[in-house]
Design a protein around this ligand. Structure first.
Ligand code: 13P
Length: 247
């Protein structure tokens, strides 16, 4: 099976106002000849405007979370159908910031993944260990457990990605060593093949956590790394393009 096309996705988190759309347009301009698929996941209120601005470009727009239900009395939440209706084609689910701040469990993430599929969105499902878990030698067990628990069988035959984001590497400037990244990505790949058979080899496994232009080439060329989920460095077009062009 051929290697999946790498995916470079920017997670703007709770950053960006209308003025930031200029950065997204600059990304679209600079990514015309990109070897990777490129996506930006802005705050949900910017999805519709960004989708209009980027229509016809090679840059896809995604959400950062979605509720598991299609509609209902869930004040403040956004359904996967609403993201799709606003122009999103992907959605990040199970980010560690949501797992930590909002107590999202593997089974809730799996329900959200089903919602994304129901709405026709491509889920990017995040997993990753804390520093305590890594120090205790539990990183592989924790992360492969998250993969098993967060990916419903409904994903068989569907487009999706897994993002390995060690919690201690997010926004800290710290990254695992390349052998540590490869060890984890190989373990995730083996789990995907266990769960989905040979189709599990076509799932891009992204790395996330302090990816920047200066370390992108080494990370992106590591074994079983199929792209990156980028936080801080996705907010400036020049930095994000430096990562996109490192593929
Ligand atoms: P940073 O790239 O800012 O470390 O964030 C990574 C991340 O959480 C992307 O989802």
């Amino acid at each position: 099976m051929t290697a999946p096309t790498p995916l470079i996705a920017g997670n703007w988190k709770m950053n960006g106002l209308a003025a930031s759309l200029a950065e997204a347009k600059a990304v679209a301009e600079g990514a015309k000849a990109a070897r990777a698929r490129v996506a930006i996941c802005p705050p949900s209120v910017l999805i519709e405007r960004m989708s209009r601005e980027l229509a016809g470009s090679a840059v896809a727009v995604g959400g950062q979370d979605a509720h598991a239900e299609e509609s209902g009395a869930y004040t403040g939440d956004v359904a996967a159908e609403m993201l799709a209706d606003a122009g999103a084609t992907l959605v990040i689910l199970g980010h560690s910031e949501r797992r930590a701040t909002y107590g999202e469990t593997d089974s809730l993430v799996a329900a959200k993944v089903k919602a994304a599929l129901r709405a026709g969105l491509e889920p990017i499902v995040c997993v990753g260990e804390t520093l305590e878990q890594r120090k205790a030698g539990e990183a592989l067990k924790v992360v492969t457990g998250q993969v098993r628990g967060s990916l419903p069988a409904d994903l068989a035959g569907k487009a999706f990605a897994v993002a390995y984001e060690p919690v201690w590497a997010i926004g800290t400037g710290l990254t695992p060593t390349t052998p540590e990244i490869e060890e984890m990505h190989r373990a995730i790949r083996a789990t995907l093949v266990e769960m989905f058979g040979e189709a599990g080899r076509a799932v891009p496994i992204l790395y996330g956590g302090s990816v920047k232009p200066s370390n992108a080439a080494e990370i992106l060329h590591a074994d079983e790394v199929g792209g990156a989920l980028v936080g801080g460095a996705s907010l400036k077009a020049a930095d994000f393009l430096g990562i996109v062009n490192a593929v």
